[in-house]
Design a binder for this molecule. Sequence first.
Ligand code: ATP
Length: 684
Amino acid sequence: MPAQQVPNDPLARERAHLSSSRAALRAMRADVEALDIKDVTANWVNAAVLERQIEDRITALADLAHTPLFFGRLDYVHAPGADQAEGAEGERFYIGRRHVHDADGDPMVIDWRAPVSQPFYRASKKEPMDVRTRRRFGYTGGELTAYEDEDLTDAAGEERASRLLQTEIERPRVGPMRDIVATIQPEQDEIVRAGIGGTVCVQGAPGTGKTAVGLHRVAYLLYAHRERLARTGTLVIGPNRSFLHYIEQVLPALGELNVAQATVDDLVAHVEVRGEDAPAAARLKGDARMAEVLRRAVRSGVTMPDEAVVVVRGSRRWRVPAYEIEEMVRELLARDIRYGAAREALPQRIAHAVLVRMEEAGEAPDDRVQDAVARNAAVKAAVKSLWPAVDPAKLVLRLLSDAEFLAEHAEGVLTADEQAEIRWAKPTRSVRSARWSAADAVLIDEAADLVARTPSLGHVVLDEAQDLSPMQYRAVGRRCTTGSATILGDLAQGTTPWATPTWAEALTHLGKPDASVEELTQGFRVPREVIAYASRLLPAIAPGLAEATSVREAAGDFSVREVALSARDEAVVAACREALEREGSIGLIAADARVAPLAEALRTAALPFLAPGEETSADSRLTLVPATLAKGLEYDYVVLDEPSELVTAEPDERTGLRRLYVALTRAVSGLTVIHAAGLPGQLG
Ligand SMILES: Nc1ncnc2c1ncn2[C@@H]1O[C@H](COP(=O)(O)OP(=O)(O)OP(=O)(O)O)[C@@H](O)[C@H]1O
């Protein structure tokens, strides 16, 4: 822009920078679109790969009308090195969701993950990090409408809460989860930018931003270690499909399109799960002792030879005596290698012994001869009987249906009662016809890993981690043995009977005992009065955990209404109607068994509603949420139906109260509790 056209008004100047940055982004996108790959790729495979990369890049460069290109500006005292600033020079940097440069390649917007952006999140008057002024921008419907400056040079000055930050936190919620790049808090930023080498475990009360932090951490690691993670892969694990659906747009909005998402069940989907375990059986099957039972069972088919192996080649016979083969088998058993790898090594060992004999007899066999001997029918037959192939699903099937087989391998590990508990009532013949449970699938995964090593990813984020069984932790842990992990959770929200009592225990099962455990304490979701009410449950569900604070200024609406049983559904519908008069999303949370009658009541009242995971929009704002799916989600207003039913629906009281705690902490602006039965005593 020519100098004489530069507006004087600072806001107008910032708008001008915004529009030229957008123009630059469009030009970057046009450049990528115009790329002709015909000349640079030798074959169609390369072309396909490249084309996909280009398409991803085009998508990543989209100018999204409602996600502003930059949200902050840093004015440094001294110019930081260009290596810190994506090649930019100077003292002023605009911070945004992605890097934007002009036609000369000079940066106009710096990626929030670049080192030079870090003070935007961390600098304070006490520690200004060489920043003179931090500017935050406010947007309304994609228009830049406000800015707010903080002078960091005045160390004695008071730190003042940012209005724009507060507005962002208090905004009503609709639709899926959004990114928080503009407002990441210092305690969150430390976790987001923690090094890739170590595993971080985050304990945090409801609404402290654990999920948000985990997703931003993935985005950060992809920026800082792009090549390495492109090779090794990243994965986000969440509790269920509707939750994954709720969070799935956060990373693409940050330009990251290649992060896989899965539930733990997805990871171990070796068989179709159609059965369900009683709580006691599920708990035992998830117990880490099962790993030892499986380890023994997998190797139980290995036997010692009672005869020599004789290999006939041409006119000669080569004989490897039984005692020598036994030595090989014993040595392989003693080594810390996978069952399948040892099974592949054994024929080579036998062949080697044959080769030694050939050499002694004056022959000069080479590697090809060794391979041929290893494939010889006599060797194959010996290996088949000494070290039989193991099918993981068949092995688990046998353990669960053959009492004697289980007793043999569970001896000293599981009591007779425990063995009886996990055994199937009706023995099943085939893997396909078995009614596998979710816990069985995890056992198969463990067995599969004993046979052949599970490939490891570069980084794994595990959300709602408190709910996993020890065997599930092991399943996740073996997917990041050579990488690192971010473990997110809240011990107070553990709603499985096997939920972990401590993070140290969970981390040990994950194989990451040295991970650092951090705590997030500032709550961004739940209004003060509501979190105080929910926290009455803490002594019963997680003694020792601190109550979360709420950074929301608005006190929030909170009411508890007692009604006659006959008027309960009507009262719930009325509360939903009231909530619908306001802005934002509404969640009606109820015990799973109450979902059908409430759905009927809503239909009768002609109130349209969605299921969790279906996207709320301005026209469709009410979701009917079974309590077992509420975890991790949030709604502007929550209507909670009959708390005591949430509690009694669970196998034990503590789990029930934890389920209730989860349901009580989903609200952003207001909560209405409707009950006809008495409230659980712990609520006072
Ligand atoms: N720094 C922040 N700025 C603005 N909003 C934030 C910030 N941190 C978190 N939030 C918002 O607070 C809400 C709760 O965050 P999130 O779901 O990540 O919390 P959580 O700790 O995972 O909660 P839960 O334990 O209930 O699953 C989300 O709407 C999130 O966007």
